[in-house]
Write a protein that binds this ligand. Structure first.
Ligand code: NAP
Length: 299
């Protein structure tokens, strides 16, 4: 037992899951888990809308069955700006419904892998956020995800909460696909250079999450790609691949006012995850490989 501090520990290594279930299997992270289990030949169940609806808490427990040993909750209210005008629904989906899922996991003896966000921090730091840094969300989505974290800890269910950031995949709604599509047709793009973070490949995140599970991680962890950048750096790398004649210019966030405040410095400290699971591939290499392999034209 190697206790780093009160919210993180390493217990005994776990055998491969025998009866896992993926909640939110249609999202970027959920689909990455499905593809990972397919590759590994692991049988799994999935649950998604309309049967599984975080805004319909009465039916949630039924998606977790006796014998389930691993529940992956990849479902969430992920509309960051939309949460500002409907905090109640975001809190239900990302907080109160997560409590029901966690309690059900405890009842059947399943480990819960749950995703949280860099937005639980306020982004005023200048060095990467360690796992035990004080949380202080600066927008409604961040508050709803912080609520989910605390509900899981209170439930007492065996869990791994994985905070991640700036998720992208070859499919789904994400920044990489948006910029790739714009770069094809536009000669110039302006992209904000005053927000710094760590992009995260959804397929690598699923693999890292499974590694954390197998190696006996418990409590709260951080996972992203290696390296850090601004949205401008990321867009420049994408445009270079898609259309080198598209010029990307840096700009300030003031140019694109959004309902939700975005933390200026959103870099998660991934040292402990890398110590346990090995180095995480850098965002530049993951982006290069993903764009070389091709991305879906539509979601
Ligand atoms: N995307 C990011 O940049 C980012 C950053 C930090 C943390 N995270 C966290 O990472 C996790 C995975 O997100 P993702 O990146 O895979 O996002 P995503 O692609 O937007 O997927 C979200 C998933 O949640 C489902 N969902 C949304 N509302 C639901 C509801 N009311 N009931 C049931 N399912 C619902 C969606 O289902 P439909 O297909 O039906 O819409 C989809 O399967 C989430 O916990 C998210 O908070 C994401």
């Amino acid at each position: 037992m190697n206790a780093h501090h009160d919210i993180q520990s390493i217990c005994s290594p776990r055998p491969g899951p025998k009866q896992p279930v993926i909640l939110g299997s249609t999202g970027m992270v959920g689909r990455s888990w499905s593809e990972l289990f397919d590759r590994l030949g692991i049988n799994y169940r999935t649950a998604h809308r309309p049967e599984f609806d975080l805004l319909n808490p009465e039916a949630l427990g039924q998606c977790i069955r006796s014998g389930d040993d691993l529940v992956i909750n990849a479902a969430a209210w992920t509309d960051v700006d939309g949460a500002e005008s409907d905090q109640q629904s975001a809190d239900q989906a990302n907080g109160h419904s997560v409590r029901i899922i966690a309690e059900r996991c405890k009842q059947v003896g399943a480990t819960l892998i749950h995703y949280s966000t860099d937005y639980v921090f306020d982004g005023t730091a200048e060095t990467p956020y360690p796992i035990d840094a004080p949380i202080n969300p600066s927008n409604a989505y961040g508050r709803s995800k912080a609520l989910g974290e605390s509900k899981i800890r209170e439930s007492g269910c065996p869990h791994i909460i994985i905070r991640t950031s700036w998720v992208y995949a070859p499919w789904g709604k994400n920044f990489v696909r948006t910029i790739a599509s714009l770069a094809k047709s536009k000669p110039e793009l302006k992209v904000v250079s005053d927000q710094r973070g760590r992009p995260t490949s959804a397929p690598q995140l699923a693999q890292t999450s499974l590694n954390l599970y197998s190696k006996g991680a418990c409590g709260t962890w951080h996972a992203s790609d290696g390296g850090e950048c601004t949205w401008f750096d990321l867009a420049s790398q994408i445009a270079k691949h898609i259309n080198p004649s598209c010029t990307v210019h840096p700009c300030s966030s003031d140019l694109y006012p959004r309902p939700a405040h975005r933390p200026p410095y959103s870099v998660l400290d991934i040292t402990e995850t890398e110590s346990l699971c090995g180095p995480l591939v850098s965002w530049r290499r993951n982006i290069d490989e993903m764009l070389k392999a091709g991305i879906a034209e539509d979601a």
